[in-house]
Design a protein around this ligand. Sequence first.
Ligand SMILES: *Cc1c(COP(=O)(O)O)cnc(C)c1O
Length: 417
Amino acid sequence: MVSVNSLAQAEALDAADLLAPWRERFSIPPGPDGQPCLYLCGNSLGLQPKTAHDRMAELMRAWAEQGIAGYFGEGGWGPYADRVKAPLARLVGAHPDEVAAANTLTVNLHLMLSAFYQPTAQRWKILVEEKAFPSDRYAAASQLRARGYDERAGLVELSPRHGESTLRTDDIIATLERADDVALLLLSGINYYTGQLFELEPIVAAAQRRGIVVGVDLAHAIGNVPLELHRWGVDFAAWCSYKYLNAGPGAVGGLYVHRRHHGVSSGRLEGWWGYAPEGRFLMRPWFEGAVGADAWVMSSPPAPMLALLAAGLEAFEAVGLPTLRAKSLGLTGLLEQRLATLPAGQVEVITPSDPAQRGAQLSLRVGAHRKALYQALTARGVVGDWREPDVIRVAPVPLYNRYAEVWRLVELIRELL
Ligand SMILES: *Cc1c(COP(=O)(O)O)cnc(C)c1O
């Protein structure tokens, strides 16, 4: 990253940025002064692509004009679930038959755990990262309880070393190598709190050497960083689509099942939409699953949500993740560089400084007494978020954020400190 020493230099980067026109295709909410706010919260809720209105209107028209025929007809919503498959597969590095859009994230985690968490007398515990997103913890703990285990004994945490904020890959691998009683590792692709991107390839390899199943929560990773789930051998994954994928609040989530598990139905929870499509309407009494991840889709697809997901995916299809990632590295690199110019000891970036171990987000530890700093930023039109006890999260998103915004953010922090 070239060093940027003035707002004018940051603006020059924006002027040269081939992705800059994409910003116009998103609705940026106004800040307190009526100008577009400084939106750095795409890691929590991505902004609305303007084409979302068109996709939704098409669906409404098909429903109004075709009624039930819209499930099957030309221009209807029947093919939506298949249309989003290839784009999703590209984003997670999988074969299209390994992914499906369905449900929401925590529901998908439960579906996956119901099947992939197969405890034995020897191996029965679930390993999670410390400060895993609470929903993931609750899912894992309640799965333990449902199988009759004591969740407090069965949920094991990976903790950073004393005085450190993030996990070392070597430590994760060493834990896996010692873990004689662990059945399953449930890890996020990127930790929501620290912004750490886990080095999944060596972690998955270590888990597999020990016969430990690996599931990954991609909430903060999909659409943010390159992923190779199939090649890395990840067993299962799940994600939501309202963060970097910009598919809207409550968007339909997704799931991934590695090909080596296709056709293995033990523990899988099933419903009619997972039936092989040719036979779905034969209404037979016994389930015969579709090929691959589709066998996991239990219910008829939520067409409006798929229409919004299609709108969100358009940008990724048009631009490609490598191009987005290149700009993302630039934006987040600039943010880190500028934060380093603040007076020492005020703002500690707890996200790894290695760009290969982070996505767009940086987590700024400002001290629990500094919530007022966050509030003052909010009053000036910065949209980030505060995570207890002492962290401000900000994520410049390459589709709609600018280098000049990163510059402005850090100058605002400097003023307010
Ligand atoms: C955002 C997020 C969730 C949210 O789950 P929903 O079921 O979509 O509400 C879960 N886990 C992680 C890691 C997240 O970042």
